[in-house]
Each structure stands twice: as structure tokens, then as C-alpha cells.
Design a protein around this ligand. Sequence first.
Ligand SMILES: *[C@@H]1O[C@H](CO)[C@@H](O)[C@H](O)[C@H]1NC(C)=O
Ligand SMILES: *[C@@H]1O[C@H](CO)[C@@H](O)[C@H](O)[C@H]1NC(C)=O
Ligand SMILES: *[C@@H]1O[C@H](CO)[C@@H](O)[C@H](O)[C@H]1NC(C)=O
Ligand SMILES: *[C@@H]1O[C@H](CO)[C@@H](O)[C@H](O)[C@H]1NC(C)=O
Ligand SMILES: *[C@@H]1O[C@H](CO)[C@@H](O)[C@H](O)[C@H]1NC(C)=O
Ligand SMILES: *[C@@H]1O[C@H](CO)[C@@H](O)[C@H](O)[C@H]1NC(C)=O
Length: 776
Amino acid sequence: KIFLMTIIYILIIWEFQNAKTMIFAIEEINNNSNLLPGVSLGYKMYDACTSIHLSIKRALAPLNEPGEQPNQTCSRITPLHAVIGMSSTSYTQAVASVFQPFQIPQISYFSTCGCLSDKTKYPTLLRTVSSDFHQSRALAQLVKYFGWNWVGTVRTDNDYGNDGVAAFAQAAQEEGICIEYSVAITNGMTRQNYIKLITLIKQASAKVVLAFLPAVDMKAFLDQLVLENATGLQWVGNLSWMTKRLPVNIEYFKILGGAIGMALPNAIIPGLREYLLNVNPYRDAYSKEFWETTFACSLNTTDSLKVNKCTGSENLRNVNSEYTDEKEFRVPNCIYKAVYAVAHALHNLYTCKTDAISFLNFTTMYGDHVYFDVNGDPEPRYEIINWQQGEGGLIKYVTVGTYDPSSPQGQQIKMNNVPKSVCTESCVPGTRKAARKGQPVCCFDCIPCAEDEINALYCLPCPPDYKPNDQRNKCILKDIEFLSFGEIMGSLLVVISLFGACITMFIILVFFYYRDTPVVRANNSEISFLLLFSLSLCFLCSLTFIGQPSDWSCMLRHTAFGITFALCISCILAKTIVVLMAFRATLPGNNIMKWFGPSQQRLSVASFTLMQVLICLLWLILSPPFPYKNFKYYKERIILECDLGSSVAFYSVLGYIGFLSAICFILAFLARNLPDNFNEAKFITFSMLIFCAVWISFIPAYISSPGKYTVAVEIFAILASSFGLLFCIFAPKCYVIIFKPYKNTKKHLMGKMPSKSLMSATNLVSNGNNVYFSVT
Ligand SMILES: *[C@@H]1O[C@H](CO)[C@@H](O)[C@H](O)[C@H]1NC(C)=O
Ligand SMILES: *[C@@H]1O[C@H](CO)[C@@H](O)[C@H](O)[C@H]1NC(C)=O
Ligand SMILES: *[C@@H]1O[C@H](CO)[C@@H](O)[C@H](O)[C@H]1NC(C)=O
Ligand SMILES: *[C@@H]1O[C@H](CO)[C@@H](O)[C@H](O)[C@H]1NC(C)=O
Ligand SMILES: *[C@@H]1O[C@H](CO)[C@@H](O)[C@H](O)[C@H]1NC(C)=O
Ligand SMILES: *[C@@H]1O[C@H](CO)[C@@H](O)[C@H](O)[C@H]1NC(C)=O
């Protein structure tokens, strides 16, 4: 038989509960055939009578007691293997000084002082309750969690109170919390002292007060607070008074209602409640006082003074007592673990498992993991308790959260059912607060944010590149819109423009192959080739409009367009002038070649084009086009477009092309009826008509809303006008060259002259490669 011992003050109900819990645990272990088989645990229980001196005396008793073999008093080994106790730190320290020299392990179940972690001072002391060091940190985290950064503290003026506040102050400083005042409650303070202290607390601006007080001091302090009507403060407490240590008193609730603080984790220990209910004062002498206190009756039948005699029919089940409140088995949980720790340690010793870890590491019946760190402290865990009003004026200790320092920083405090007290629920994302007239600030309406705004508290517009997400709580990047190569429309336009360029190349090849035939020669092959070349550039320049606009592509697209089209129209203009000159120059012997020979033609084409090049150069130098994010037209997407830089320059480029094509149209119109099988004037007139029609119809589309479709329309206009020019001017010639080769003779060209007079006046003048109609 092995003895455990506990030193307990049985007079107080909660210590009686602890004593019963210890006995329960010992019985449970003795009934368990797996733990310590063949060994039964015994116990001796002593009452320390709330006196440190008595507790030392009681601690010495088992050491001096004669053992079972009285003849060997000096040589016997004490059957005392461990001590469970005590609750208060000062008692634990006193008792530890007795057992330490004998190397008897002591496990405290409720001494929280951080000082007990010092293993040089307390090498044989362990505990199943977390050190205040962790509690101070937990309280700092809790205060921070609620955003209270300006607090006051009240402490007991002893080592524990001072250490507790110092540890809190350090943790608070790390969390950015400031302490406005720190006041101490000393033993034997007069009412006057209390009033001074309470006045200070009431006048301070910090409305959150942390009380680092044991239940006894807290009660004395509370009585004074009640007298001073010190309501309206938010109390944050340490575990000594948070749960059930204070008498139930509605006046206390007025002061402490809503208080929040730490408590030891509770555990439902199976069978414990039934066991606690099973109290027999007639059998167990130690439960007499408990019984008499609980039922306010006397068990002494011979005691004539006591009016109220216990009847024997009292039932604990009918008493609404903390003693049997399963929700408050916080300290019993600690003592239960302490007993099991001893049993497991002994078990390991008996089964020769002496490695340190298994020595101190086990799981309880209800699944709590118990181990001791190098300081003999358990894993720090707390429940966060909130004082709420229960039925019948009782105080309810509601668990609103947990503290677990092993969780990552910032998630150590976990809150669940925090009481709600709001006039209006906070606005959901996508809405904002709007004050209600004549009502307190807590009452408000939630007004939906504008379409491009986010945030719950006040609507916040997103930056221009961003739009709100569907939940309206974040800004996300807007989609950027431009005509890309990837999409169907983009790739279709690429195919069409490449197709146009290929046809142009094909016509160039045909013309080159038949370069010596009259049709090609009669139509001023040099200018024709230049025209074909510029047309293929026109087709290709539409490609610069597709893809994401960049600095370069923006500068390229309009200038390339302007210059290639200017070149193209200049060539056509030169052709038209040649035709017109050939038929209008009536002076005999006046050779057209003198007036508008190949070099003049080249020069005119070059100078007409150069004019456009100059305009474009000025444009690029003074105010070049640049990529531009257009936010104006759509809220949910950005149009990435090329800003013209200078619209005057852009309209000059367009206007110049328009000017050239207008001249060209007029001249061609004048020459349209001149006789000639291959009088190009008709075709040029026609092509200019198409050209102008396309560009005039393009303008309204361009001016209306921008976007990728406008760019597509612009490309479409480029392609359509290029195809128009290509087909009107070159299709008839190709037709003759390829399908009607018999018409491709000098004779045929000359023979079909409709007007005789003109025929005589017309000759074919050859000059190098070029053949012109000229007047002789
Ligand atoms: C231990 O076993 C005894 C006898 O079976 C029983 O009376 C007692 O209630 C048990 N104690 C516990 C704590 O299980
Ligand atoms: C102890 O001493 C008493 C008297 O001296 C003797 O009768 C008894 O047998 C002794 N017991 C043992 C276990 O030696
Ligand atoms: C709670 O109060 C008691 C009594 O003064 C003290 O011993 C303990 O250190 C306090 N707890 C904390 C976390 O400060
Ligand atoms: C507290 O309130 C009571 C009743 O309202 C009043 O009689 C008493 O004077 C108040 N005490 C203080 C200090 O204000
Ligand atoms: C009962 O009360 C009487 C008178 O007060 C006292 O003398 C006696 O010792 C008490 N008995 C017990 C068992 O406490
Ligand atoms: C407790 O023991 C188990 C297995 O024996 C081991 O996995 C676990 O890590 C130990 N825990 C601690 C905290 O030592």
C-alpha cells in the first residue's frame, strides 16, 4: 500500500470538493486493473486550517508517525510517495520546504505563482495548473483582442500580485497596450484608504481595469466598490476570482457584470458528479462540517444549543450548489490530473519504464493530454469567461472563448459566443453606415455603396484600374479590353489583311511576268508597281491596329496608315494626271513627256507623299500618340486604346488623304469619258467613289463609343478601301492579261479607238519601258 497525502482546508466547500475528487481519483485508479495492477493507493488527508504554521505542522506529521513496523522506526522507509497540495502559493511553498529535503514529490493543483517554476528553488515541485506567467500574457492578448489599449490595474501588494502585474505590463507593452495606473491593495487597508483608491480609479480615463487579486481581497475590495457605486467599469480578472470564488451577490454583479477573464479549462469527468453527491456525514467524519454548512443544521444530537437538527433526509441533489455544478469542475480537473500523474509515474517505475518522457506524459480517461515541461508546469490552456446574468439573479459564468499559446501568433485567442448587444448589426460589405436622425451613433442604416465602391464601414471607391469584386469587399483589377490577335475578330482581320496583301503580291507577279505586254506598258508600269507596293503596305498596316497598344504600336499605327495611303493616292493621282494630260494637251508637237514625264511623275508622287511624312513627323515630335487607359465608357472594364496625342495632327493626316483623293476624284471624273480601251479614269473615278464612301461611313462609327469594335471598324475601313482600290484599278487589267490575251496587243489597243479624230491625234509614245498615249 502506497500513501499519497493531501493537505487541504476542508472547511471551505470548494476544498471539500477537491478532497472528494482526490479520493474519487484514487478509488478509480485502484479499481483500474491496467494502472498499477496489484498495488493499491492509500491516502492521508490533513486540514491546514488556513494557517501556514498549521500546514507545516501537518506536513511533518506523516514523517514522524510511527510506521507499521514500530520496532524499526529509524531505518524504515516512509510509505509516503507523493504529496498532493496545496492550493495557495504561500502554503505550497511552506509545505514544499518540509518535503523537499526528503525528495518527496509534491504536486500542487492550484498554485499559480510564476515563482514556482524556478526549479533551483523547488526541484521536487510539479503542478497541474498553468503558471501566472502564461496568464499574464493571455490577459494581455485578451485586452488587445478587444482593442483596449489604455488600462488600469489593481493588485495585491505581495510577490504574486506584483509579479503578476509586472508580467502583464511586459506582455502589454509588447502588444502596444499602455497602463494608466497600477494600484495595490494591502492588508488592513482602512475604509479611507479604499475611498482614495476607488476615487482614483473612478477619475482615471481608463475604463478597463485588470484585477490581480485573490478571491479574499477581491471580495473586500468589491464591498467597497459597491459602497462607492463604482459602476461603469469593464473588469478583466485573473482566474483567482473569475469563477465561483465570490459569494453570490447581486450587488457584486452590478459592479462586475460583463467582466471578462481567464479560467482554468473545465472537464467533464465521468462519474465524478455522482461520486460527489454520495456524501455520508454519519460514516465519514470529515464530511460533517460540509454537511452542516450546506444544510445549516447540526449533526450533534446532544448539542442542545443548536435549534436546527439534521434529519438525515437531506439530499444534496436538491441543493443548487456549486459543489455539484459540472460546469465548474475546473480545479477538481487539476487535482484529478495530479493524482493520475502520481499513479502513472509509479506505474512506470514499477514496470521499469524510466525514460523521462513516458514518466511525465499521459492521457486522462476523458482524453486530456497531461505532460509537464522542464519547469514542472503543464501546457498552458485557459478558457475565457464572461460574467452574465443568469436566472434568478444568479451569475452565469459563460465560456466565451479559449486561449491556447501553442496556436500561431494572432490566433491564440479564439472567441465563440460573445454576447451581442448592438442597435444595428454592422453593415455588410457593399453597404455603408448612414446616421439616423436623432438617434445615438450606434443606430444607423446601411446604405448600399455605389457600384464602384467597396468596404463595410464607409464606402471606398476603388482606384481607377480596379473594380469591386462580387462580394464587394475587395478591389480587383478590371479587365483590359483591346482588339487582340487571339480573339476571333482579331484573327479574322489578320487573315483578311494577309489575304489582301497576297493578292496584291500575286498581281505584282502577274504584271512583272507580262511587263512587256501593251496593257502593262500602256498603264505606266512604274507607277503601277509603286501603287501595288503601296497597296500591299496598306493591307499590312492594318496589322498594327491589332494587339495590345504600346508606345510604339500607337505611334506606328496612325503614321503608317497616313503615309501608305498618301503614297497610294499620290500614285493614283499621278496616273490620273497622266491620262488627263495625254488627252487634254492639244497643242501639236507638244509632247506630254515634256510636261509630265516619268521624272516629274516620280517627283510628284514623292513630294505628295513627303508632305504627309512631314505632317507625321511633326505629329510624332510635337505630340505623339500614346497608349491610354480609358475608364470613362465602362465601369467594369478598361479600354486600352491609343490616344491621338494631337487630334489636329490626326485630322490633318486624314484631311490630307481626303484632299488628295478629292483632287484625284475630280481629275478622274473629268477624264472619265476620254476614249481609250484602257482609259483608267473610269476605274479611278469609281475607286475613289468607293474610297470616299468607305471613309465617310467610317467617321460616325469612329466618333461613337470607343472600344475594340471601333478599332475593328477602322481596320475594316482600311481593308475595304484597299480592296476597293485594288479591284477597281487592277481587276480589269488582270482579266485582259490572263483571260483575254488577244486583246493585249498594240493593235487592239489602237484599233478600238472610237473617235477618228482622236485616233489621229493619238500616238503611242515609247520612252524606255513606259508607253504613253500622247498627242502628236
Ligand atoms: C471502485 O470499485 C468499488 C467496488 O466495485 C465501487 O464500489 C466504487 O464505486 C468504485 N469506485 C470508482 C471511483 O469507480
Ligand atoms: C517488535 O517489538 C515487540 C516488543 O519488543 C515484539 O514483541 C515484536 O515481535 C517486534 N516485532 C517485529 C516485527 O519484530
Ligand atoms: C491573480 O491574483 C492572484 C492573487 O493576487 C495572484 O497570485 C496571481 O498572480 C494573479 N494572476 C495573474 C495572472 O496575475
Ligand atoms: C451610492 O448610491 C446610493 C443609492 O443610490 C446612495 O445612497 C449613495 O450615497 C451612493 N454613494 C456614493 C458614494 O455615491
Ligand atoms: C455535541 O455538543 C455537546 C454540547 O455542545 C458537546 O459537548 C459534544 O462534544 C458534541 N459532540 C460532538 C460529537 O461534537
Ligand atoms: C507524449 O508521449 C507520446 C507517446 O509516448 C509522444 O508521442 C508525445 O510526443 C509525448 N508528448 C510530449 C509533450 O512529450
